[in-house]
Design a protein around this ligand. Structure first.
Ligand code: NAP
Length: 484
C-alpha cells in the first residue's frame, strides 16, 4: 500500500491511459484522474469508425494480458467490438469514476517551488497533481497532405479518422488518397456501394494474408472453460508478430521468405486485372513501412468500378483530382487516408518542465525519451507510447503493459520517498544515442514513412524486439536524480 497518497493525472483514455490507471490502482494508488478531451473513452478505437475498421493484430494478443476476453467474435476484431472491450475493462477495473470527459489539456507546467504539475484545461479549469502521465498516443491527430488546391474541393471530403457517416457514398464517384493501413481496410468496405472509386497510390504497401476467422459460441465456451486455449492463441500470435520483428531487425533471410509469401499472395489476388500486380508490387525494402494483413484489399482493386491511380497528384480541383500527367479524375467525395501526425508527440499541448524548459523546444530535432517514458528536466512526467516505443509488427498493448509496470514502480518509489525525480541527462542521452545508432542501419531507415520526422530521424519505432523492450524497460532509481 501507498505510504502517502500521490495524486496523478493521466491524459487520455485509450488503451495506454487505461493500462496506466489499472496498474496504479492495483498498487493502491487511487488519487487518479483520467482527463479525456472527447465525450467518451477509447482513444483511437473511439475515433476511427470508418467502414471496415478493424485491428490488424489478432485480438487474443491485441488485448491486456490480465484481461483475456473469451467472447471475441473474430480473431481480427472489428472496431465496435474493441471499443466494447475497452468499456468492459474500464467498468471492471472501476475506472469510470476517475474519468473526466470533455477535459482537454492545453498546458501543463511544472511548479519548481511546489514540486507539482499544474494542468490547464481548454474550458479554463485547472488542477494540480504530483505526477503527470501522458497517454495521448501517436496516431490521434489526422494528417492532411500538402497538395495544391487542398481547400478548393466543392464536395464533401473527410479523413478516415473523422469519417463523416452522414455522407451517402452510394453510387458516388469517390477519390481515396493514400493506401496505408486505414485505406486498405475501408476501400474493400466501400467499393461495392460506390459508383466509381479512384484510389490514389503514392507507395504501395506489402500485404500478407489475413488469417481471420469467426469465433462462434462453441469457441467462446472453450476459451472460457479452458483459458489455456485462448492463451495458446495469444502465444501463437505473439510468436508470429515477433517473428516479423526478428525478420526486420535480425534476419534478411526471414525477410526474404516474408517477401516471397507477400508476392505470391498479391500476385494471386491481382490476377483478375491485367497490369494490377505490377502497379501494387512495392520496390522498397520489405518491413520499412508497416506490412499489412489483408485478404480483401487487392480483390477490391480488381473490381471493374475501381481505378488504381499511380500517377502523382498535381492538384485538388473544385471537382476532383488532377494528376501530374494533366488528367482530371472527377470526384463527388474525397476521402483522406493519409495517416497521422505521428512524430509530433504530445502536440498541441504546451508542456513546461523544471525552470520553464519547453518540451517542444527540447524536441525541436525530434522527440526522444528514456524508454519513451521520461525526459530530462521534466520531473514526475511519464509517457505511455512515447517516442521510440512503436513496433513494426506486434501489439502495442504488450509495450503499454511494460510502460505501466515502469510507471507503477516509479510511483511506488515516489510515494515512499516523496522526492520528485527526473531522468538523468547523461542516462537519457546515452540511451537515445544507442537507440538512434541501432535505428540508423535498420530497415526503417530505408524509406520514408510515418516512423520518421521531417529531418529523417526515426522517432516512433523501437529498434529491437518487443521482448527486449519488456526485458529492458525497468525503473531503476539510479537512472534518475532527485529534484530539489
Ligand atoms: P499511413 O500508413 O501513414 O498511410 C498514409 C497513406 O497516405 C500512405 O499510403 C501515404 O503514401 C499516403 N499519402 C500521404 N501523403 C500523401 C500525398 N501527399 N499524396 C499521396 N499519398 C499520400 O496512415 P494510416 O493508413 O492511417 O495508418 C497509420 C497507422 O495507423 C498504421 O501504420 C497503423 O499503425 C495504424 N493503424 C492500425 C490499424 C490496425 O488495424 N491496428 C488500422 C489502421 C491504422 P506514402 O506511403 O507514399 O507516404
Amino acid at each position: 500500500m501507498t505510504d502517502r497518497s500521490v495524486s496523478i493525472a493521466v491524459i487520455g483514455s485509450g488503451f495506454g491511459g487505461l493500462a496506466a490507471a489499472i496498474e496504479l490502482k492495483k498498487r493502491g494508488h487511487d488519487d487518479i484522474v483520467i482527463l479525456e478531451k472527447a465525450d467518451g473513452i477509447g482513444g483511437t478505437w473511439r475515433d476511427n469508425t470508418y467502414p471496415g475498421a478493424a485491428c490488424d493484430v489478432p485480438s487474443p494478443f491485441y488485448s491486456y494480458s490480465f484481461e483475456p476476453y473469451p467472447v471475441w467474435p473474430h480473431r481480427f476484431s472489428r472496431q465496435p467490438v474493441i471499443l466494447d472491450y475497452i468499456k468492459h475493462v474500464a467498468e471492471k477495473y472501476d475506472l469510470m469514476r476517475h474519468v473526466r470527459l470533455g477535459a482537454e489539456v492545453v498546458r501543463a507546467t511544472y511548479d519548481d517551488e511546489a514540486r507539482t504539475w499544474s494542468v490547464e484545461l481548454g474550458d479554463g479549469d485547472s488542477l494540480v497533481v504530483d505526477v503527470l502521465v501522458s497517454a495521448v498516443g501517436q496516431l490521434s491527430r489526422p494528417s492532411y497532405p500538402d497538395i495544391p488546391g487542398l481547400g478548393t474541393f466543392e464536395g464533401p471530403n473527410f479523413h478516415s479518422a473523422t469519417w463523416d457517416h452522414d455522407v451517402d457514398l452510394k453510387g458516388k464517384r469517390v477519390a481515396v488518397i493514400g493506401t496505408g493501413a486505414s485505406a486498405i481496410q475501408f476501400v474493400p468496405a466501400i467499393q461495392p456501394e460506390v459508383g466509381h472509386l479512384s484510389v490514389f497510390q503514392r507507395t504501395p504497401p506489402y500485404l500478407i494474408p489475413r488469417f481471420d476467422r469467426e469465433f462462434r459460441p462453441s469457441h467462446h465456451k472453450v476459451f472460457e472453460k479452458v483459458p489455456a486455449t485462448l492463451l495458446a492463441e495469444r502465444g501463437a500470435w505473439y510468436t508470429v508478430t515477433e517473428s516479423l520483428s526478428v525478420a526486420w531487425v535480425y534476419s534478411k533471410a526471414l525477410s526474404k521468405v516474408i517477401q516471397a509469401v507477400s508476392k505470391r499472395h498479391m500476385r494471386k489476388q491481382a490476377a483478375g486485372k491485367p497490369g494490377l500486380f505490377e502497379k501494387i508490387w512495392p520496390t522498397y525494402q520489405i518491413g520499412c513501412k508497416r506490412i499489412l494483413f489483408s485478404s480483401d484489399y487487392v480483390p477490391a482493386l480488381a473490381q471493374p468500378n475501381v481505378d488504381l491511380v499511380t500517377e502523382g497528384i498535381a492538384e485538388i480541383t473544385p471537382t476532383g483530382v488532377r494528376t501530374a500527367d494533366g488528367k482530371e479524375h472527377p470526384a463527388d467525395v474525397i476521402i483522406w487516408g493519409t495517416g497521422f501526425k505521428a512524430t509530433e508527440f504530445l502536440a498541441p499541448m504546451q508542456v513546461a518542465g523544471a525552470a520553464g524548459r519547453d518540451l517542444h523546444t527540447e524536441w525541436k530535432d525530434g522527440a526522444h525519451a528514456y524508454y519513451g517514458i521520461s525526459v530530462p528536466g521534466f520531473p514526475n512526467l511519464l509517457m505511455m507510447y512515447g517516442p521510440n516505443t512503436n513496433t513494426g509488427g506486434g501489439s502495442i498493448i504488450y509495450f503499454l503493459e511494460a510502460q505501466a509496470r515502469f510507471l507503477g514502480d516509479y510511483v511506488d518509489h515516489l510515494a515512499a520517498t516523496r522526492r520528485p525525480l527526473a531522468v538523468r541527462e547523461d542516462v537519457e542521452q546515452a540511451f537515445d544515442a544507442e537507440v538512434q545508432e541501432q535505428l540508423s542501419g535498420s530497415v526503417w531507415s530505408a524509406c520514408s514513412s510515418w516512423y520518421r520526422n521531417a529531418n529523417g530521424r526515426i522517432t516512433t519505432n523501437w529498434p529491437l524486439l518487443a521482448r527486449q523492450y519488456r526485458a529492458q524497460a525497468k525503473f531503476d532509481p539510479a537512472d534518475y536524480e532527485v529534484v530539489s
